[in-house]
Write a protein that binds this ligand. Structure first.
Ligand SMILES: Nc1ncnc2c1ncn2[C@@H]1O[C@H](COP(=O)(O)OP(=O)(O)OP(=O)(O)O)[C@@H](O)[C@H]1O
Length: 707
């Protein structure tokens, strides 16, 4: 029998099972819809107990229906034939037949672990592992691994030559793909790592760190839903482009309870995308900035009143700058938060004025209480207080650093003269362009240093309609839905996450670790990253300290990933050459796939560069079906975008920093020599060179760009 016939026969066998699963799915969906409908119709009838029971049923029916709908595509993707003779199918969700026998085991369930963990050396009772590829309800392919040939029953057939490689060769869309069907053993161990403590996953480019982090979020939600859906999972990525790139994966894993944020949007009200130059970011990210900001947060308001003069019952009461400064300093000592001790500041002003009024023997001076009431009624006095000690927003105080004199005085003794010079001017754009990504952590720090201005209490809205004083009849399902909606739109600056995932963690600055740490005080953590890819040019020891502090004394579980699934071996060889120039002993991952296509390096005259970049990008459009990343040095993004303007949407222009974590089928990397200007730059170049799955083109004016 030919191989093709065997494959067709095996596909037919699997098709039978897959048909059963989809038929059962249709039944379950119908049941769920019916239960839901009936529940709604009968919601107003029956005893209280019966109602609750019915409502619970409605809720579960609705949730189930939703799950059944989202997991439709590629529902069954694996089969295990065990030594015991039993067979398990593995899929995106668990499904049982009408006598409760499992038709499909959920990929996150313990029974499915062997699907990912069995190897020929350690088969874990699995004789044959089969990957089933399908398109909607139709089985289209099969790939087998025979893990334990000696235990194979006579006639067991083995087909295909590697589902992993088949899946890797596929062109990608704009977003990241989920990898549930092809998770590899070392990745699976990290995904299923204990839920508590800190899981640390390291690995070189393309080793699946991001994929692992997201699948871990899905796994945690499955293994302890009430804990992780209740508290929520926060996923922090480096940039907005990246967060968009990964956003599609979680819903496809069936999980929508994770909050995705970039480092520039972690603090409510901000969505920063501007980046500072590396040396500026290194200073803004340093823990020394905390002291700089503390000084700012204690300083007098620029343009605020220098003195207070009040004519009271014919006597002039006066507090000059030294008295006002002294009061401010007294109130702010020992870490008091400026917005929270405003009242104390005002009390001391009253005290000082009262003492003066008595000293000057004001005629007809009333009791102190009345004296205060009289002053509080005066508009000029209230104006003074408002101007002298307003309610501060972090942004207002951060803008003070744009004033060179203030910056110098706050940074004096904390930053070197050179560092102060580097920072000079870097806050100028705040008013017009908003904060940079690094500024957002400073704003969060200021928020902590100063406390929140007290807001008038807002009434919380009842999620249920109240009509004529009677709550509208609502089912348990409604209440659950309302509760979930509330959970999803947690309070604006929610901080009680049950789990925090930090991707590309090598780029999180010390100040940013503090910002993330504030939101993960009660959380377990998953941290993924690659130290060799860091763009951080500040003190590495300080970075380690800040990270360790944010993670606290939680137990650490570490995992290393060693295979590069993204790059062809030809492409990774170029990237590896670059990083080896500065880190000769760095262990690098192994790229498993070869395309036989070598990367191309083009040198162009300055005047011819725009046309060359456009032409090379157009060539990629012809050569690959998927996305094309045109990667530019940070300051040249807009210029390069102009060169390729008007090309199809699958061409995306990003800076070398924005390319962090991203993946494209083809990459055109512009002016590599301008990226690799220092050690941090070489690392950034390494990142940019390791983004492509199929084609890599470098183009620039400098033939000697290799570090
Ligand atoms: N087991 C797997 N099966 C199929 N594809 C995989 C597997 N593991 C990783 N990949 C694919 O490899 C590519 C790289 O994965 P990912 O982006 O998670 O790597 P990374 O370690 O975060 O990379 P980097 O550090 O370079 O940003 C992605 O396209 C991902 O889907």
């Amino acid at each position: 029998m030919s191989d093709a016939t065997v494959l067709q026969q095996e596909i037919a066998v699997e098709q039978q099972h897959v048909d059963r699963v989809y038929a059962r799915l249709a039944e379950l969906r119908q049941d769920a819809s019916r239960a839901e409908k009936e529940g709604y119709q009968l919601a107003g009838v029956g005893t209280f107990g019966a109602l609750v029971e019915r409502d619970a049923m409605v809720y579960h029916a609705a949730r189930r229906r939703h799950a059944l709908d989202t997991e439709y595509e590629g529902l069954v993707f694996g089969r295990l034939d065990l030594k015991t003779g039993a067979t398990h199918y593995v899929g995106r969700m668990g499904i049982r037949d009408d006598s409760s026998k499992p038709l499909v085991v959920d990929w996150r369930a313990p029974a499915a672990a062997a699907f990912y963990q069995a190897t020929p050396a350690e088969p874990l009772g699995v004789v044959r592992r089969r990957m089933i590829q399908s398109s909607r309800e139709r089985v289209t392919g099969i790939e087998d691994d025979l893990l334990d040939p000696e235990s194979a029953p006579p006639g067991m057939r083995v087909v295909g030559d590697g589902a992993l490689l088949a899946s890797l060769a596929k062109a990608t869309g704009r977003g990241m793909r989920d990898i549930v069907a092809t998770i590899q053993r070392e990745q699976d161990e990290a995904i299923r790592s204990p839920a508590s403590g800190v899981t640390i996953v390291t690995g070189g480019p393309g080793t699946g760190k991001t994929a692992v982090a997201l699948h871990r979020a899905a796994y945690l939600l499955y293994s302890d839903r009430s804990r992780f859906a209740g508290g929520g999972i926060l996923v922090v990525g480096p940039s907005g482009v990246f967060v968009e790139y990964i956003a599609t994966v979680l819903p496809s894993l069936g999980e929508e309870t994770a909050t995705l944020r970039s480092l520039g949007s972690l603090v409510p009200g901000h969505d920063a995308t501007r980046v500072d130059a590396g040396e500026v970011a290194a200073i803004k990210g340093s823990l020394r900035m905390r002291r700089v900001l503390e000084r700012a947060s204690h300083d007098a308001v620029p343009g605020g009143p220098a003195e207070l003069r009040l004519l009271y019952r014919g006597t002039l009461l006066r507090l000059g700058t030294p008295e006002l400064d002294q009061i401010r300093r007294k109130v702010l000592q020992r870490g008091a938060r400026r917005n929270e001790v405003r009242g104390q500041g005002f009390d001391r002003i009253f005290d000082a004025l009262w003492a003066q009024a008595r000293e000057q023997k004001v005629t007809g001076l009333p009791e102190k209480r009345e004296f205060e009431a009289e002053l509080a009624d005066r508009a000029d006095f209230r104006e003074f207080l408002k101007a002298w000690w307003p309610r501060f927003t972090p942004m207002r105080v951060l803008r003070w650093l744009a004033d060179p004199k203030r910056l110098r005085s706050y940074a004096n003794g904390l930053l070197s003269r050179e560092e102060i010079a580097v920072l000079q001017g870097s806050f100028d754009g705040l008013a017009e362009h908003g904060p940079t990504i690094a500024d957002v952590a400073l704003l969060d720090e200021l928020d902590e240093l100063m406390g929140r201005p007290r807001q008038p209490q807002r009434k919380t809205k009842n999620p249920f309609h109240v009509r004529d004083g009677i709550q509208e009849v609502s089912t348990f399902a409604d209440r659950q839905a309302a509760q979930r909606a509330q959970q999803v739109q947690r309070e604006e600056d929610y901080r009680d996450y049950a789990h925090v995932v930090v991707d590309e963690s090598q780029d999180v600055s010390p100040m940013q670790w503090r910002m993330i740490g504030r939101r993960g005080q009660y959380a377990s953590w998953t941290i993924v990253g690659d130290p060799a890819q860091t763009a951080w040019s500040g003190d590495p020891a300080e970075l380690d300290r800040a990270r360790e502090r944010a993670l606290g004394s939680r137990k650490r579980n570490s995992y290393a990933l060693t295979t590069n699934y993204r790059n062809s071996s030809e492409i990774f060889a170029v990237a590896a050459g670059v990083i080896r120039a500065i880190l000769p002993d760095l262990p690098l991952p192994r790229a498993v796939r070869s395309t036989g296509v070598d990367p191309v390096d083009v040198v162009a005259e300055r005047a011819a560069l725009p046309a060359a970049v456009r032409e090379l990008t157009e060539k990629q459009l012809a050569d690959v079906d998927g996305t094309i990343g045109v990667i530019a040095p940070v300051p040249r993004r807009d210029e390069v975008a102009g060169w390729v303007a008007g090309l199809p949407e699958r061409v995306q222009v990003v800076t070398a920093l924005e390319a962090k974590g991203m993946e494209y089928d083809a990459v055109v990397l512009v002016e590599p020599g301008e990226i690799a200007i220092d050690r941090a730059g070489v690392r950034t170049l390494y990142v940019a060179l390791s983004r492509a799955t199929q084609r890599l083109t470098t183009v620039g004016t400098d033939p000697g760009w290799h570090p």
